[in-house]
Design a protein around this ligand. Sequence first.
Ligand SMILES: [Zn+2]
Length: 408
Amino acid sequence: MNKSSLTNRQTRKISANYIFPVTRKPLKNGIIVVDENGEIVDLIDTDGVLREQCGLEFYNGILVPGLVNAHCHLELSHLRNKITPKTGLPGFIAQISKREEASLEKIVRAAQKADRELHKQGVVACGDISNRADTFGIKAKSKIFYHTFIEIFGFDSERAKTIFESAQVLSSECYGDFSIVPHAPYSISTALFKMIAKNAETKKSIFSIHNQESAAENEMFAQQNGVLMARMKALGWSASDGLPPAKTALTAYFAKKPKNVNILLIHNTFTTKADVENVIKRKEKVFFVLCPKANLFIENALPDVEMLHCLGAKIAIGTDSLAANDTLSVLAEMKTLHQNFPQIAFHEILKWATKNGADALEKSQKLGSFERGKAPGIVLISKFDFKTKHLTKDSTARLLVEQGKLSS
Ligand SMILES: [Zn+2]
């Protein structure tokens, strides 16, 4: 870029006690220069000494790139406070499937509110599950970048083609980036799983699946029994159509998943060390997306985050839905991770909530870190503990600068 075009740009100079660029070490009293499109023009290391200068905005707290929510279900937002917590996954599924159908107006109003909340709390990109078209209009108009995962399930092999084709019809109504994905290994026939995988490979589309959210899920594939299997059988699941028995739920489908595309494994609450080692040694683009608050809500359990971190797993953060969470705040998930795994440094958890999420959604060319030329949005986190360099229970996040426009 030449000097004259730089001088023509309207810029803001923003500083805070610390800037966390994510891809390099934090800058004490650093300055971010950002243009009117949210693009980072410069990142200035002041060596910790901030001299007064014209037009400089200073904030108490830390500046971080816009947050990425890698797993959400906007269309379930009307179920906030409607589900009894800690009933386990089979109990949660029973409550969700027995619920009374809400009106479209109610669904849309709740999703709109949730979308605004997400944005206000610093989320700039979101991987969002849709089973229907209810939220497509909201996502099309939102300030947040959405990747829509059109999620399907079905136990009956003979219906696989019909189910897949209706997902294709649904995807034609979806604005922006989308993929067709399976719900979970226990809710899909082998035939439908293979169709989804083949399509993802051909289209090179991001793949996502709810993975090992409950101990009963592993039990279903390892021992062919347990509460989840009983629940699924009651809903029509059969061993002849479902994914075959395996050591764990993950191994039941992992060899059949699409190749050479991003794979988002959601939850991983009961993922074993052997599972993670097997995934990592294949050197594929696998992201372990953690939704700790939903795990506590449904199963009252948490993934072995320390194990995942120590083995070098690529971790990202999601919130799941308001059916299983009281907020869609990524910051709240970061606090929960910190409270339960205090040995993990803030800059690591921040990377999961920014850069790794952006990588997972294939948007890290613009989002996820403060680097010249990127436009990741700027979030102010207040009430940060500078001594321990970590979040406090009172920390809040607020979007100061919008992210730049993204091309699909
Ligand atoms: Zn989910």
